[in-house]
Design a protein. Structure first.
Length: 308
């Protein structure tokens, strides 16, 4: 199954910045498009004090720093030019929503969503929203955040879809043992019942469980999503969680295994975290370019450089 979407991570928590400008980003968007990627998802518009665009709300309310460039505008312009869909990622305070009372996270983001739509909603490529708070287990407090924030996103934008990308609470997440399939099913059955009015699409991250467990979790994810009328994608991580160094491009054989598992599970679309660092011929990691070539070989995609 081919990858047709990718996250854009420029307000990063645990991977290096590549210090790209518009020229480098345009080259990478061209590479994305050349292998069939039609959807880009900005993973967050801000993290703690760092921002992708000059949000007056966040600079005032959270003492965020004014960015030197408006990356959101640039990503949207490139998406407009190349016929790609852009999903806007919400703000992550890294503090408020980790408690069991994330009201402040919700209140901040309700304002951010309205501000972002006023600034950028005229772009033809603005196709949806991504709720950036990532969880692995059923948390009713975050379910409320998802539901209410998702409803707001859809209300202000005329019904554009809302995406989340939660974790599977596997052995590579908690370092002990994977959540049982039964507990995963029970917890996410309840979560989906609580968030279905605010969330349209779910793309579970696929890197936290062992490889022999993955197909079972993917099948449960699809069945639960379909039960509640939520579209099911898969987030095929292109970095390797098995390495002692966080994080390096994944071994091609592992990615191939995960793509085949996603296809067998019948998910609608595969996205990745994330092309630019871990799968791009333009990445600071040389192994990312090699992964790109192995992927292209598998699917018979020409690796000729796209036109500038």
């Amino acid at each position: 199954m081919k990858i047709t979407g990718t996250f854009l991570d420029e307000i990063s928590y645990d991977i290096p910045h590549q210090n790209w400008g518009r020229r480098e980003w345009r080259r990478d968007f061209l590479n994305m498009r050349s292998i069939g990627i039609d959807t880009v998802i900005m993973i967050r518009c801000g993290l703690k004090q760092w921002l992708t665009y000059p949000s007056e709300i966040l600079m005032r309310r959270q003492n965020c720093y004014r960015p030197v460039a408006d990356l959101v505008e640039m990503f949207l312009e490139l998406s407009d030019e190349l016929g790609m869909k852009f999903f806007f990622g919400t703000y992550d305070s890294w503090c408020h929503w980790h408690s069991d009372h994330p009201e402040k996270e919700l209140e901040l983001n309700l304002q951010v969503v309205e501000e972002a739509w006023l600034r950028y909603g005229h772009h033809k490529s603005f196709a949806g929203w991504y709720l950036s708070q990532e969880i692995s287990r059923g948390r009713k407090s975050v379910a409320t955040l998802y539901r209410e924030l998702g409803r707001c996103c859809k209300e202000v934008s005329g019904g554009l879809p809302v995406l989340i990308s939660p974790l599977i609470d596997g052995v590579k997440e908690n370092r002990k043992q994977s959540i049982s399939l039964e507990d995963h099913q029970r917890e996410w059955d309840e979560m989906f019942s609580l968030i279905r009015d605010g969330v349209d699409t779910v793309a579970f991250q696929d890197g936290h469980c062992e490889f022999h467990e993955l197909s079972d979790y993917l099948a449960v994810n699809r069945q639960l999503a379909e039960k509640y009328g939520i579209e099911c994608w898969s987030n095929c991580e292109s970095f390797d969680r098995d390495m002692p160094i966080r994080f390096l491009p994944i071994k091609w054989e592992k990615m191939r295994f995960k793509l085949r598992a996603a296809e067998a599970a019948g998910v609608r679309k595969v996205i990745t975290f994330e092309f630019s660092h871990f799968m791009s011929p333009n990445s600071v990691y040389g192994a990312a370019g090699n992964l790109y070539h192995r992927y292209c070989e598998e699917y018979g995609i020409s690796t000729a450089m796209p036109e500038n």
